[in-house]
Write a protein that binds this ligand. Structure first.
Ligand code: GDP
Ligand code: MN
Length: 380
């Protein structure tokens, strides 16, 4: 679960990380009031669940409260990478001397929390990792012992020479580790961590991703959830007993079984297509489930065609076919549909689809199914 910068900063503050003072505004008037209270130069920052706001024009300095009003009215309502800005954070402006990067993630390979620090802060760290990986220093932490102060100091020395600043950075690194562990995060990041012209250090930006599986231990963090339309669908699907994850492609897929669903996405990719989702309707062939699955996919305007890839084991192909026919008859669907039914009662299933008179393209193999739906979606 992603949380907003202002929420992450609220957590960081409790762990002794220096966070510039500020507050959230939903209107330009509120932004002005906060700026008045803070005094001096402030920063107006779009609150969206995505990075790169600075480049997109979602982070702006304001010299006085009226300017804050101006900047806030520009930023509130704008769209950043498809996400609408509903709130801005107004924080005290920092006179920046240098920007570095401090982050910690759960690394699947080493199965450990891994710290990453870099002098190349402020900019897109993924780009640094791609182009100049040597500029990032990585340090795996043994979760049994936790992070020792001398290790935090070593990390700080990778960023700074001045012992006074090192001490400050060490405190932030310890704080970040403690926060990360306590809230069961999968990522916690400060980019940039800033040394100001007066020598003080500040966490100017904050990013936290919480581990969904850890949320059960943190009801207070669950309250920070802000559901986007895409996530709303995922939650709705969960309630219906479907495992659904929205992706960025245009080919919808309806599959029974998680393994087959993964393979289906791989095969679509293999033949040059882009899956619009992961969707596992599970082992049951309950027509209601098939109907719900189709409702979810067809209401997504990115979906340009749907591939049903069903393997009949316990699930019987004729039951799935019945569900499909029942569902499709009540809908007005003009999208191309490809169906691959194989396994238990496949002949019966295919008969049902044929007899229904619905416009469906049939496929016998995985490769055939993928190639057919890609061709249909691409207007072939
Ligand atoms: P992001 O683009 O979404 O990562 O948003 P950030 O919060 O990291 O802001 C982007 C950039 O804006 C930073 O790297 C800074 O260069 C600049 N910025 C943010 N806050 C301040 C500030 O208080 N003072 C100054 N001078 N620049 C800031
Ligand atoms: Mn940033």
């Amino acid at each position: 679960m992603k949380i907003y910068e202002y929420q992450a900063k609220g957590i960081f503050k409790n762990y002794g990380i220096p966070v510039p003072e500020g507050d959230v505004a939903e209107t330009p008037e509120q932004a002005k009031q906060i700026a008045e209270k803070l005094g001096g130069t402030v920063v107006v920052k779009a609150q969206v669940h995505i990075g790169g706001r600075g480049k997109a024009g979602g982070v702006k300095l304001a010299e006085n409260p009226d300017d804050a009003y101006e900047k806030a009215s520009k930023i509130i309502g704008m769209e950043i990478k498809g996400l609408e800005v509903k709130r801005v954070l107004i924080t005290r402006g920092v006179d920046i001397q240098s920007e570095s990067y401090i982050g910690i993630i759960i690394d699947r390979k080493s199965k450990k929390p891994v710290f990453m620090v870099s002098k190349a802060g402020g900019i897109d760290i993924e780009q640094v990792a791609r182009e100049t990986p040597e500029k990032i220093y990585k340090f795996p932490v043994d979760p049994v012992y936790g992070l020792f102060p001398h290790q935090a100091r070593l990390l700080a020395y990778k960023l700074y020479d001045d012992p006074k600043i090192v001490k400050e950075a060490q405190k932030t690194i310890m704080g970040l580790y403690n926060a990360f562990i306590s809230i069961d995060a999968s990522l916690a990041e400060i980019n940039p961590f800033v040394v100001a012209k007066d020598g003080k250090t500040w966490a100017v930006d904050a990013k936290v991703v919480l581990d969904d599986n850890g949320l059960i231990k943190h009801p207070e963090l669950e309250k920070l959830r802000d559901v986007t339309p895409a996530e709303e669908k995922e939650i709705m699907a969960k309630k219906m007993g479907l495992s659904y994850i929205r992706l960025n492609g245009d080919i919808g897929c309806v599959v029974n079984g998680a393994g087959l669903a993964m393979t289906t996405m791989d095969v679509i990719k293999h033949f040059g297509g882009e899956p619009a989702n992961f969707l596992d309707i599970g082992g049951s062939s309950n027509p209601e489930k098939v109907k719900n699955a189709m409702n979810i996919l067809f209401s997504d305007k990115h979906v340009k065609g749907v591939w049903f890839n069903i393997f009949g084991g316990i699930t019987r192909c004729d039951d799935v076919a019945k569900g499909m026919v029942e569902a499709l008859k009540g809908m007005n669907i003009s999208l191309p549909l490809v169906v691959r039914l194989t396994g238990t009662n496949e002949t019966e299933g295919k008969e049902i689809l044929k007899a229904s008179g619905l416009s469906i393209t049939s496929a016998d193999t995985m490769s055939e199914g993928a190639q057919k739906i890609i061709q249909l979606v691409r207007g072939g």
